[in-house]
Every structure is written in C-alpha cells, then in structure tokens.
Design a protein around this ligand. Structure first.
Ligand SMILES: [Zn+2]
Length: 223
C-alpha cells in the first residue's frame, strides 16, 4: 500500500483520529505483538541494507524469521526484552575476529556467529544460504530459550531430545562447550533443517516431531 492509497483508505478525519488514538493503545496492551513486529522490521531493514537478494526474497525471509520469533515468543512466554534478545544481526561482511560457523574463504557464502547472533550473507550468498544460517540461529535460540529459568517443560524437553542425539548431557553442558565442540552438531542441525525445508523430511523420527512444530510458520510462509 502506498502512502497515497493509505490516505485514501482512511478518508474521514474522525475515523483517522480514532485510528491514531487506537494505535498506541494496541502497542501498550500487547507489548509482545509489538516487540515481534519490531523484530521483523529490524530483520527486514538489515536484509535490505545487506543487499544480497531481491526485495521479494527479502520479504519472504523476513516473514520466515518473523514467524519463528512469534512462535518462540508464544511457546516461551517471552516478554519484549526476551524477544529483542532473540533478534539476529544480519550483515554482509564478517567483522574482525568473529568466531563463526561456515566461514570459508573458498566458498564465502555465509556464516553465523552464535555469541552475537550474527548472520553474515557474504559475497556468494545464494537462496539456501540464509536458510542454512537461519538453522544455526534457530538451534542457538532454541538452546538459549531452553536454558531460561522460566522455560516451559515442553521447550526443555525439545532441547533435550536434540542434546541426547548429540550425546550432550544437558543444556548447561551445551552452553559451556566451545564453538569447535558444538560445530559438528550445529552443522548436522543446519543441514537437516535445510533438507526439511526442501523435502519435508527430517533426519530422524525425533527431529521430525520437533521440526513439525515449526510447521505453523513454515506453512504461513510457503503456502
Ligand atoms: Zn553451517
């Protein structure tokens, strides 16, 4: 909708005043929805600045990230601060000294730094790069949310299913591991996640159950 169309859409001065009065109230009464919307805006703007994809592709990716954040916010009962803490930084270049997954000078498509939640879309980033790096981000966010003292039991149970398949005792042990120690598990997850997006088939029955929880936002993006 253009600004002119929006003007035409709300032609009545009284109605316009009413809408304007209502808007801040919506944000106040539902701070979670507002924070989720802000998170989407942040990601959409960063994708535009990174400039690796067309505006249409960027919109799909922002929708995908938005749906993941919304789902996580609801399942984990996150407040605005918790939602803001999940939002990844999307950049087009690696910063000096970054501790990333996937950083390879030969291919240089993308990278992810867990500690700063940075998704880097590098020179040769293609359509699967953002989804693969998002897989790293999803795993990281899943573990961070499961580690929260108020995490719901089913969120912790989901994380433990993954940890059991990696032979890692618990989420505290995972968080104490170095990036090199986590690397193999991170790549297994990201590749499995990419394949699930492509084929709808998860690597194991347990992961099928877990990935299927993403279905609400997957379908909302790909339908
Ligand atoms: Zn990777």
């Amino acid at each position: 909708m253009t600004a002119a169309e929006a003007e035409a859409y709300v032609p009545d001065e009284h109605l316009r005043a009413e809408v304007e009065q209502l808007m801040p109230n919506i944000e106040q009464t539902d701070p979670r929805a507002h924070a989720v919307e802000q998170a989407k805006q942040t990601i959409a703007e960063a994708l535009a600045v990174a400039g690796r994809f067309t505006p249409t592709v960027n919109k799909h990716y922002a929708d995908l990230a938005h749906a993941f954040i919304r789902t996580q916010a609801e399942r984990n009962n996150l407040d605005a601060a918790g939602i803001a803490a999940m939002v990844p930084h999307v950049v087009s270049m690696l910063g000096e000294g970054m501790q990333t997954l996937d950083q390879s000078p030969e291919t240089a498509r993308g990278a992810f730094e867990p500690s700063s939640k940075t998704i880097a879309l590098l020179e040769h980033a293609d359509l699967s790069t953002f989804l693969h790096e998002s897989g790293h981000w999803f795993l990281h966010a899943t573990m961070e949310n499961a580690a929260h003292p108020n995490a719901p039991a089913d969120v912790k149970a989901d994380a433990q299913i993954l940890l059991d398949s990696y032979g890692v005792k618990d989420v505290e042990t995972w968080r104490a591991m170095t990036l090199d120690e986590q690397r193999q598990h991170h790549e297994t997850f990201a590749r499995g996640f990419e394949r699930y997006l492509r084929e709808g088939k998860a690597p194991t029955a347990e992961l099928q159950t877990m990935f299927s929880r993403f279905r609400s936002w997957l379908l909302s993006v790909y339908k």
